[in-house]
Design a protein around this ligand. Sequence first.
Ligand SMILES: [Fe+2]
Length: 345
Amino acid sequence: MKPADRPRKTQIEDLKVGMFVQMPGNWTQHSFVRSNFMIKNSDQISKIAKSGFSEVIVNPLKSQIRPEFNKRPKYDPPVKTGHMAEVDLGPPLMPSGFHDFLFDSTVAPKRKASHLYEVCLHVMDKVLKDPNVGNIKQFKEGVSDIVDLLLSDQETATQLFQLTSRDHYTFTHSINVGVMSILLTKALYGESTPHDMRELSAAYFLHDLGKAKISDELLYSTEKYTESERKVMEAHPMDGYELLEEAKLLSVESKIILSQHHEREDGSGYPQGLQGEQIHIYSRICATADVFDALTSRRLFKPSLPLYDALVLMKFDKGLHLNKEVFSAFVQLFKYENSKTAFKS
Ligand SMILES: [Fe+2]
């Protein structure tokens, strides 16, 4: 076989109608019926991009058009997320001395958790109001410290988990879902998470990043959405995904959290209507935390549900369509010995 005839990895932006592609992984990781197929229209290219993959394999011998593999000598290397000096980060996002404070063993866990929560709120406020590359990069670096703390200091993690049951601020939802998702991932995977926990955690915190594109008027509206307003609201998973894609930040698995966190097991979710195993486990984790926080939070248009009532509602799946195994692990989070009295509501 000539070198030019060999199947090879191709960036999504280089795909064209007429190319024969092979999707990475198995069929559960994308929304196509088959993993190997000819691209028939540009919608399919968009759908491949929305599956979260940055590249697929193109088979030249089965393609109707000849892929121009050598047109670009090299694709632009991705931004190395650990190298903060590569972009102008703008003003510092995290408060000075934050790292030292987090790992200061003389600070009581309750005080540490409380301060950490306030810092998270402040920082989340800034990132969601101005989701530029500098802010997102700094946020990701800051989250690394928070994740290290949550994974190593059970007492502070428990205190922080308690704080997620109250909702007095605009941005608590992102923090609450972030903290709960990190601890749920830890409960499910322990130390053997196959992906970078810091990357995942940044995505959990930023799961609603796409809402930065929605006007406050619509975001805080107490009226029933019109059809066009509903479409704007339901665009936020992909808007968030695209913000991270443009910024060349976070791994594919992490970005999928943003695009799939409103998908539901029975296919009733959005934006793609994925079902069951088509939904990534990290997205299922985020969806579980997201639903719980939505049920237990007080909003302008609805009272909060007591914690127990929310868990009962989720258990009997009253139209929520969450993954049952993930939900079981979620309930266990409330059963830590030192949390027994903390979560009574
Ligand atoms: Fe959302």
